[in-house]
Write a protein that binds this ligand. Structure first.
Ligand code: GDD
Ligand code: MN
Length: 370
């Protein structure tokens, strides 16, 4: 098959019951367009890939990109788009929530050069979120407002997971794309260099056909990360900020354990201090494993080795921090400034070295958060 005019990228995570119906609908509505559908599957365990293979055997326009060992809606969309050579790219859910009959109209606006991007929008006249509970409605519109204000994006529905764009728009955004979380459209809009002509077409968000939503409470946290990264990520990387915040929580636990050891258990300062340091390190390791390095999370038998390496690195950091602080204080720097500078060097050391030795990034695997 020659290069298609349009690629539809569909991220999947356990969508076996939906993929055949989606392809059937695309075949029905995309007559006259040379298209392909590219599923990007994050190692689904329910037989999604077998169902896709069956469809591909019957129709060569069906393709699959299988990713192993990582997760993430946004990064799946980006990699799917990059795996196609089509000049126009679309993204949609696998679960029939997005109205596929919009696709030919979106493509038409592109072909007539009336837009660089067309968004399937729930928040323009004629669109709606369908049967959402009022809670989710409120959260969604608040998140939308935040995104619009903070990132200066003038699109009614920047959180939509249903859109089409020219490849050039993606390429202009790529160098600055965060690729984290769910909000791929907002990410592209906030990252694209230069003007993007955006059109919005209304649609009614349908209820999911088979399976269940993969959106959990983590998406709110991930959304926060995306906003932070777009606003301040170039000043202080989000991971470092999280690492330091976790350090702050650890310091509080340290004081609590030390106080309890001396006042309640009647232990000496040295014993209490050792126990407190141990408790703080275990807590910091766990929190960093859960949040800071969520994407590279150590599990099972890797946990023990990771903890030992973490404690070794942080002990070295503590020694260095004391040495630097004492040196500076001995040379006339006020105690608080010397202490702060020692602590800063220790934090940077701990962060940099644990990122290399504890939460190792396999080569070729870009960062992801979700
Ligand atoms: N490959 C991959 N990896 N696919 C994923 C992942 C992942 O980590 N997480 C979710 N998906 C797939 C799902 O299988 C589905 O096809 C699509 O991405 C969207 O996930 P849903 O679980 O259906 O999300 P939703 O319907 O709750 O949220 C939709 O609406 C939001 C707007 O409120 C999505 O379109 C969001 O992108 C959109 O922001
Ligand atoms: Mn969905």
């Amino acid at each position: 098959m020659a290069i298609p005019d349009l690629a539809i990228v569909v991220p999947t995570l356990n969508e076996r019951g939906n993929v055949a119906e989606l392809v059937r609908r695309l075949v029905a509505c995309l007559d006259g367009i040379r298209w392909e559908i590219l599923f990007v599957d994050d190692d689904s365990s329910d037989g999604t890939r077998a169902a896709i293979a069956e469809l591909a055997a019957a129709d060569s326009r069906v393709r699959l990109l299988h990713r192993v060992g990582r997760r993430g809606l946004a990064s799946a969309c980006v990699e799917g788009m990059l795996a196609s050579l089509a000049p126009v790219l679309a993204v949609m859910d696998a679960d029939m929530q997005h109205d596929e009959t919009l696709l030919p109209r979106m493509f038409d606006l592109m072909r007539r050069d009336e837009a660089d991007m067309v968004v399937g929008s729930r928040y323009v006249d004629g669109g709606s979120v369908g049967g959402w509970a009022s809670d989710r409605r409120r959260i969604s519109s608040f998140a939308t407002l935040l995104g619009q204000k903070l990132l200066k994006v003038a699109v009614a529905d920047p959180m939509s997971g249903f859109f089409m764009l020219r490849r050039e728009v993606l390429e202009r955004a790529l160098p600055r794309l965060s690729g984290k979380g769910f909000k791929i459209l907002l990410d592209i809009l906030a990252s694209a260099e230069g003007a993007v002509r955006v059109r919005e077409l209304p649609f009614v968000f349908r209820t999911r056909m088979a399976g269940e939503s993969k959106l959990d409470s983590m998406v709110i946290y991930e959304y926060g990360l995306l906003l932070y990264e777009k606003l301040f990520g170039h000043i202080v990387p989000v991971r470092f900020l999280m690492f330091v915040s976790v350090g702050g929580v650890g310091a509080l636990l340290h004081l609590a354990v030390l106080g309890a050891a001396m006042a309640v258990a009647g232990l000496s300062f040295a014993t209490g201090q050792s126990l407190a340091a141990l408790a703080a390190m275990v807590l910091n390791f766990s929190l960093n494993n859960l949040f800071t390095h969520r994407d590279l999370r150590l599990r099972g038998h890797h946990l023990a080795g990771g903890l030992i390496r973490f404690m070794a690195v942080c002990s070295a950091g503590a020694v260095g921090s004391v040495a630097i602080g004492s040196f500076l204080n001995g040379h006339g720097i006020p105690w608080w400034m010397a202490g702060l500078m020692g602590a800063t060097v220790g934090a940077v050391w701990n962060y940099a070295v644990t990122t290399i030795l504890v939460w190792k990034r396999r080569t070729g695997v870009p960062p992801r958060v979700s």
